[in-house]
Design a protein around this ligand. Structure first.
Ligand SMILES: Nc1ncnc2c1ncn2[C@@H]1O[C@H](COP(=O)(O)OP(=O)(O)O)[C@@H](O)[C@H]1O
Ligand SMILES: O=C(O)[C@@H](O)C(=O)COP(=O)(O)O
Length: 423
């Protein structure tokens, strides 16, 4: 019976968390959307992937509550709400509203919020989120198409999204270890702050937070906060021995990359692909909207080339390009239009024999995976930190999928990911 039930607010975030749990020796499955049937009893952890990061807060709350009910029915006694290591949200939510709804449903008197992921350069110090050596608000995330992050002070950011007051567990406390951390949590709860941002600047900090909070009914954060959980559950006698990540059976077939992320990292990855002379087709949002003409053109570009190697279809653009599209179409409408086009293209490529697909971008991955009607992902080894290969079935066909968070991956990620399957 699974111990840990996870609710992820996007699909790349879900595979990131699942990858961490697998690396910690937990048998983990990822399910797409709120499960409507029984969950496998032989998993240690179940990660429910929602596409709830950028939708209305009440819809995100409803979906998260439904996921919680399914996870509790499957026997999970610990719940993890996974959001982005760059705390992607707006003042309307959804991190705060979903956290408060899950706390209420679980009767949780205290929970922690920690997006730190030091391996990928996200650290939290004095409640401020850094990406590499820059504050969140100067990291490129201030230009995100859907949730620009312009305030790096997470106590303030989360406080704007919650009814409850938000406290801080400072680094001096975290560095002092689990006993100091739980004492501080008790003090904050008693002082009327039932949610606290926790500082963490190293994996050792995250291990201490995991050990301190493994018994809480609800944890919230990035995948880094899960680093210490497998060991803590093992110490508590809740888990069997460490398991090796299952080797994936990778299907044969053509390969493609679909990219809708406009992050700095993805822009560099698209540029690196093109600099190697690899085939790439650009989707211009301003040329979409007249039926499926551009979708047809993209498919017509890709199909004859697939026999020679992987093809990239991308809407990825610079902040100025995104601004131009948003000025004409509006931020939400341009995002939705591009997502729908990329999802349709991915579906047609898979129908035409693509069996290995890299998708860049969390919302983009959500749209693509929903269009492919995938229901469960098996998690394999990481390509880069936070991005594993996975396998699934799309309408009866086996499919290898790598869902790349916009901000993750080395510059040569796309080619590297596909080469990894051949190796
Ligand atoms: N050229 C573009 N102009 C406007 N919006 C775009 C463009 N390309 C992609 N988008 C949208 O930007 C959003 C990127 O979000 P996402 O896929 O989650 O990437 P990330 O993982 O970098 O956050 C999606 O909604 C996508 O459709
Ligand atoms: O925590 C992270 O950074 C990722 O797991 C994540 O949530 C990915 O989101 P996107 O950057 O929108 O792909």
């Amino acid at each position: 019976m699974p111990v840990l039930g996870c609710i992820a607010d996007d699909f790349t975030g879900a595979t990131d968390l699942a990858s961490t749990l697998v690396a910690g020796g937990m048998r983990t499955i990822q399910v797409i959307g709120v499960p409507d049937g029984p969950l496998p009893a032989d998993a240690d952890a179940v990660v429910v992937a929602l596409k709830s990061r950028s939708i209305a807060a009440d819809a995100a709350v409803a979906q998260s509550r439904a996921a919680l009910a399914a996870l509790r029915a499957a026997g999970c006694t610990r719940i993890f709400f996974k959001y982005c290591s760059t705390f992607d949200s707006t003042d309307a939510g959804n991190i705060g509203p979903v956290t408060e709804a899950l706390m209420a449903a679980l009767g949780a008197g205290f929970t922690v919020a920690c997006p730190a992921f030091p391996t990928n350069g996200r650290t939290v110090y004095k409640g401020h989120l850094f990406v590499g050596d820059r504050l969140l608000s100067e990291s490129g995330m201030e230009n995100h198409p859907l949730n620009p992050m312009r305030d790096p002070d997470l106590v303030r950011v989360l406080g704007r999204q919650t009814v409850a007051r938000v406290g801080l567990i400072e680094h001096t406390t975290v560095a002092a270890g689990p006993a100091a951390i739980t004492a501080r949590a008790g003090d904050l709860a008693a002082a009327g702050m039932p949610i606290a941002i926790a500082d963490a600047i190293s994996d050792a900090d995250l291990m201490a937070l995991g050990a301190a909070f493994a018994a809480l009914p609800l944890l919230t954060g990035g995948s880094g906060l899960a680093l210490g959980l497998p060991a803590a559950y093992r110490v508590a006698g809740m888990l069997g021995p460490t398991r090796d990540a299952a080797a994936l059976a990778v299907p044969a077939g053509h390969a493609a990359v679909v990219s809708g992320s406009c992050s700095k990292a993805t822009n560099a990855q698209v540029a690196a692909w093109q600099a190697e002379g690899r085939p790439a087709f650009r989707i211009d949002p301003l040329a979409l909207g007249d039926g499926d003409a551009l979708v047809d053109e993209a498919v017509a570009f890709a199909l004859p080339r697939l026999g020679d190697g992987p093809v990239l279809v991308y809407a990825t653009d610079t902040p100025d390009g995104v601004k131009a599209a948003q000025a004409r179409l509006g931020p939400e409408a341009s995002g939705a239009l591009v997502e729908a086009a990329l999802a349709a293209i991915a579906g047609r490529l898979v129908d035409a024999g693509v069996a290995r697909l890299v998708v860049a971008g969390g919302e983009t991955s959500g749209a693509v995976v929903e269009a492919l009607e995938a229901q469960q992902l098996r998690i394999g080894a990481p390509i880069d930190p936070g991005v594993p290969w996975t396998t699934t079935e799309s309408r009866g066909r086996p499919l290898a999928l790598a869902l790349k968070s916009g901000n993750f991956g080395s510059t040569d990620f796309f080619a590297k990911a596909l080469a990894r399957l051949d190796g």
